[in-house]
Write a protein that binds this ligand. Structure first.
Ligand SMILES: Cc1cc2nc3c(=O)[nH]c(=O)nc-3n(C[C@H](O)[C@H](O)[C@H](O)COP(=O)(O)O)c2cc1C
Length: 182
């Protein structure tokens, strides 16, 4: 069984990313189990915590969790043409202290989600650049960014089945990638 950690870059009530990530998790093939990692209680990165040996409890929990997963799915919105601080903070925390980058060598997929037509492409590229610099093994193709996401939701904010086929293809491609390089 491959353990997949899912990180979502929005904790917003009614978040599109949360809904898409939730659906994607149900579409992973057999042999893969996914958990959502909590990142909205992580104090903003500060190297002093490590230097003083006084790491916040939530940081310690999160770093230990990251160590325990085989691969990761990052689902991100786009904030001002980049990655939201919530997600960048989580990535930074598990990349430190220096020499203890817990992301290193693990397979990952970035899925960017946006109500806009360009589909979060800038956030997609930025996050890939960040994770690449941490030596994660990133799924390169298919390119997984999803624009016009509002069209998949009804007036009550319920996600339709419309994106399922696409998400299933992406889930399969990621699973194959994890088997290949994980
Ligand atoms: C500070 C901020 C900046 C944003 N910048 C962008 C942007 O550059 N590109 C984009 O497509 N959407 C942008 N948006 C709109 C988000 O895509 C939208 O709020 C989306 O619903 C966030 O994802 P969520 O639904 O998962 O919370 C921005 C939103 C905020 C709050």
């Amino acid at each position: 069984m491959k353990k997949i950690g899912i990180l979502v870059g929005s904790a917003r009530r009614g978040s599109f990313c949360q809904a898409i990530a939730g659906r994607l998790a149900t579409l992973l093939p057999e042999g893969f189990e996914a958990d959502f990692l909590k990142i909205d209680d992580l104090a903003m990165f500060l190297q002093d915590y490590d230097d003083d040996g006084a790491v916040p409890e939530a940081w310690a929990r999160f770093r230990a969790q990251v160590r325990g997963y085989d691969a990761f799915i990052f689902v991100t919105p786009e904030y001002n043409r980049s990655v939201p601080p919530l997600l960048k903070n989580a990535v930074d925390i598990a990349s430190r202290p220096f020499g203890q980058n817990t992301w290193k060598g693990k397979p990952a997929m970035v899925l960017a989600v946006s109500p806009g037509r360009v589909g979060g492409f800038a956030a997609f590229l930025h996050l890939r650049q960040i994770l690449g610099s941490l030596n994660m093994r990133l799924l390169g193709y298919p390119e997984t960014f999803l624009g016009d996401v509002v069209t998949f939701f009804d007036e009550e904010g319920v996600l339709s089945d419309e994106p399922n086929l696409l998400l299933q293809q992406w889930a399969k491609a990621f699973a194959r990638w994890v088997e290949l390089v994980g």
